[in-house]
Design a protein around this ligand. Structure first.
Ligand code: 5GP
Ligand code: ZN
Length: 138
């Protein structure tokens, strides 16, 4: 896609610090380096995000994640890693070409905090909602 920054990285129009490439997938360092080694893994095919991703692209992309994540961990000496994916503006997506963030973690005081609001479990509501979602899975 012409004015997509990640498509331009794939075509080489915009430079990137590449760490992995095959026919379908590319991984390169995020320019902001949230932590040392922060890497983005993308499908070469322009897909807006995971919510719009076809199974074949998902297979191509996700099958490569563990080995790239392990390479980032090994090279940076990270103790762990957050693997994050933002879908649509409300969820923090700013570049609308699907990408997975690999964010190496070095200690719990490295400035990253991922918090989920917790609620007391309502098992009846969980049952109703899980049935509703299950019906939507194609
Ligand atoms: P999002 O907020 O969409 O999940 O993440 C987009 C990411 O792309 C951000 O972390 C941002 O730093 C990164 N990014 C934006 N433009 C460029 C670029 O031109 N090159 C690289 N390597 N990363 C970029
Ligand atoms: Zn694109």
């Amino acid at each position: 896609m012409e004015n997509c920054i990640f498509c331009q990285i794939v075509s080489g129009t915009i430079p990137s610090s590449k760490v992995y490439e095959d026919d379908k997938v590319m991984a390169f360092l995020d320019i902001t380096q949230t932590t040392n080694g922060h890497t983005l893994v993308i499908p070469k095919k322009h897909v807006r995000n995971v919510l719009e991703m076809d199974q074949e692209t998902a297979q191509d992309l996700f099958v490569q994640l563990p080995k790239i994540a392990r390479a980032v961990q090994k090279a940076t000496g990270a103790a762990g890693m957050n693997i994050i994916n933002n879908n649509e503006e409300v969820a923090g997506q700013t570049v609308f070409h699907a990408h997975i963030h690999l964010v190496p973690r070095f200690d719990s005081n490295d400035g990253i905090s991922i918090n989920y609001t917790t609620h007391e479990p309502d098992f009846q509501a969980l049952g109703t909602l899980s049935e509703k979602i299950a019906k939507e899975v194609e």
